[in-house]
Ligand binder design. Sequence first.
Ligand code: SF4
Ligand code: SF4
Length: 205
Amino acid sequence: MKLPKLRELKEAITALIKGPYTSRFPKEPHKPHPNFRGQPKFNDQKCVGCLACEEVCPVGAIAHKDVLDGPHGGSYRVMIHYTDTCIFCGQCEAACISDHQGIKLSNDWELSFFNRKRESYETIEKELERCEICGEVIACRDHLHWIAEKIGELTYSSPTLYLSRLKSLKIVDANIISALKDQGRSDRVKILCARCRRETTLTTK
Ligand code: SF4
Ligand code: SF4
């Protein structure tokens, strides 16, 4: 009979005392290492819909779609993360302007799915702010608030920024703003895109 080597004997005795090195997956759930780089996840509360992560993603695993006048009347941006394209590099998290919290690598490693078309992506929705004259998309409302927080009292030099804020706080009603429709100098006090802002500023009416 061949005698076991000393190292194997030691490992067998250690495993008897401390338990086996391997896990009992799939009977028991696998616990990944704390530094494991798993699937990135959007955080709906922190993401402001700025698209910086989409810009830096090296493989195009992040995309967006702007839905104008959606089924419930509002306009919103759908942020999409494609699990089947992602290489888990973490560039999105590193570039996220929202304190790196808008999208974060998770320890989610179990990514198999049956229906690639339906299950290979995750989405969140962010409300859009649009120009009150031409309807052009300006930015996500949360992004405008993020800018307002950054620039502090300078916010009051931009009607778009402070009106957006007042709308969210329900101090100003969207219909009241839209009632000022004479396309003249009074239109300056509206949520406007850069082109309409320039035109209303230059108008002499
Ligand atoms: S982890 Fe890398 S590949 Fe995946 S979405 Fe983020 S930037 Fe793109
Ligand atoms: S806030 Fe972060 S996660 Fe959201 S769109 Fe901007 S960079 Fe991406």
